[in-house]
Design a protein around this ligand. Structure first.
Ligand code: DX5
Ligand code: ZN
Length: 228
């Protein structure tokens, strides 16, 4: 059974002291650092690009979980692999068809990162389910991509259940990550549905007690985790 992993998102960190922030998250027990890349086109917000990912990579030893919310992931995926992404997830709905998705997954893997696919709450997992065997991580967005601090959309857990059940049927070792609005209460719903990686941005970095918040997410998830 996969263990629950907690991935604090630096979107809610204090960028004046980013090195201290990511090191503190690592010391507080984070399993990964989640990097939210936004281009102002795919989502109505701009965050940061490969330079910041590269800088964060130099600060921590835990894996970087890079989530690219950009309209042209094909063009920029290689830059994020070079910057040190361990897992690189792009949005299925940013591409035109399943062949493009498949090609990009293979491309990311060939550049040394574990490839993943994300979907917004209003988009179907059918965009990529035929390619599950080539996907290392599915990211089910539990808020609309673009901003931290939004409210968790419970209905999205249906997609987590569907992906987990397909993965079990096909005997695939897939990480299912839930991203958005995860806290000490909603983590339980994610784990119950079959997720094993939980992103928590504002809940962790918006607090004065990173270890306390990471533990709260982990404990809530472990209460309900069904495994794979
Ligand atoms: C939303 C991002 C999330 C977000 C999580 O576009 O992908 O990773 O920052 O932040 P919280 O945990 O505050 O919802
Ligand atoms: Zn994210």
């Amino acid at each position: 059974m996969k263990k629950i992993e907690i991935a604090p998102s630096i979107l809610s960190a204090d960028f004046r002291i980013l090195e201290r922030e990511v090191k503190a998250a690592q010391d507080a027990g984070a399993d990964r650092i989640h990097c939210d890349v936004m281009d102002g086109r795919f989502v109505p917000n701009i965050s940061f690009g490969p330079l910041v990912v590269e800088a964060v990579k130099k600060c921590v030893s835990i894996p970087l979980d890079v989530h690219i919310m950009i309209s042209d992931p094909v063009k920029y995926a290689a830059d994020f692999c070079s910057a040190g992404a361990d897992v690189l997830c792009f949005h299925a709905e940013a591409l035109n068809n399943v062949n493009e998705i498949k090609t990009l997954l293979n491309d990311i893997r060939s550049k040394g990162a574990r490839p993943g696919v994300a979907v917004n709450p209003d988009k179907s997992i059918d965009l990529f389910m035929s390619e599950l065997a080539s996907i290392d991580q599915v990211v089910i967005m539990s808020v609309y991509a673009g901003f931290g601090g939004q409210k968790f959309i419970v209905d999205t857990m249906e997609k987590v259940r569907a992906v987990r059940s397909a993965a079990v049927k096909q005997n695939l070792d897939i990480d299912i990550e839930v991203d958005g609005g995860v806290n000490g209460e909603t983590a339980e719903l994610c784990a119950k549905a079959g997720a094993n990686v939980l992103v928590a941005g504002s809940f962790v970095f918006g607090s004065g007690d990173y270890a306390g918040r990471i533990n709260a997410v982990r404990e809530s998830a472990n209460k309900a985790y069904i495994g794979d």
